[in-house]
Design a binder for this molecule. Structure first.
Ligand code: FMN
Length: 186
């Protein structure tokens, strides 16, 4: 059970990462809305270093599913949309390394996940995929790094999960603020 020690936006409370994802298609307009939320994330120098490859038709989905670790394929293969999140690691304006590229790309994924929740959809990010193979099949250049694959869809039926995954199918709690916040007082 999640415990909230302070009042926060409802949509943050509502977002979580289920594994029971229905294979029902998602409206393209919803996919675009979610990407629009990602678009308006803040970024260093407004560089907008995030890049997304969206798979929502059979051809693209099969390609992206093959990149996932077996432990993720077990549940994520039912998702009607998979989004490969990439970070472009150089500043376009001067060609120098953008140290904040992954930070900003993470913000865009956060915005995306909240927009999806707001539309009654669920998202589940996965780091468990073959990044090298992703770079190869999508012909990525050295400056573009695959970060995560996000499963997007409607909430499904937990009965379709393996017994082990079904047991873990609930919103997880968090560390207490005391464990990760330092108040720098005298
Ligand atoms: C970058 C990233 C990588 C993740 N990788 C996986 C993964 O490979 N497989 C998986 O089942 N969940 C994965 N997760 C989901 C996390 O386990 C989940 O977000 C975390 O337990 C918190 O739960 P919540 O999102 O339901 O609040 C990942 C999440 C993030 C943000």
């Amino acid at each position: 059970m999640r415990q909230y020690d302070h009042e926060i936006l409802n949509i943050i409370k509502e977002r979580w990462s289920p594994r029971a994802i229905s294979s029902d298609p998602v409206d393209k307009e919803d996919i675009k809305g979610i990407l629009e939320a990602a678009r308006f994330a803040p970024s260093c120098f407004n560089e907008q270093p995030w890049r997304f490859i969206v798979a929502y038709e059979q051809y693209g989905l099969n390609k992206m599913r093959n990149l996932l670790a077996d432990s993720n394929q077990v549940w994520a293969n039912s998702a009607p949309v998979l989004i490969l999140v990439l970070a472009f690691k150089k500043f376009a304006y001067n060609g120098k390394e953008n140290f904040w590229a992954k930070f900003d790309t993470g913000t865009s994924w956060g915005f995306m996940s909240l927009e999806a929740a707001n539309r009654g959809l669920v998202t589940h990010a996965m780091g468990g995929f073959n990044r090298k193979e992703a770079a190869s099949i999508y012909s990525l250049d050295d400056e573009t790094e695959p970060i995560a694959i996000v499963a997007l869809g409607k909430y499904g039926d937990p009965k379709d999960l393996t017994p082990e995954l079904r047991e873990r199918e609930y919103p997880s709690d968090r560390n207490k603020q005391e464990e990760f916040v330092v108040w720098d007082t005298e």
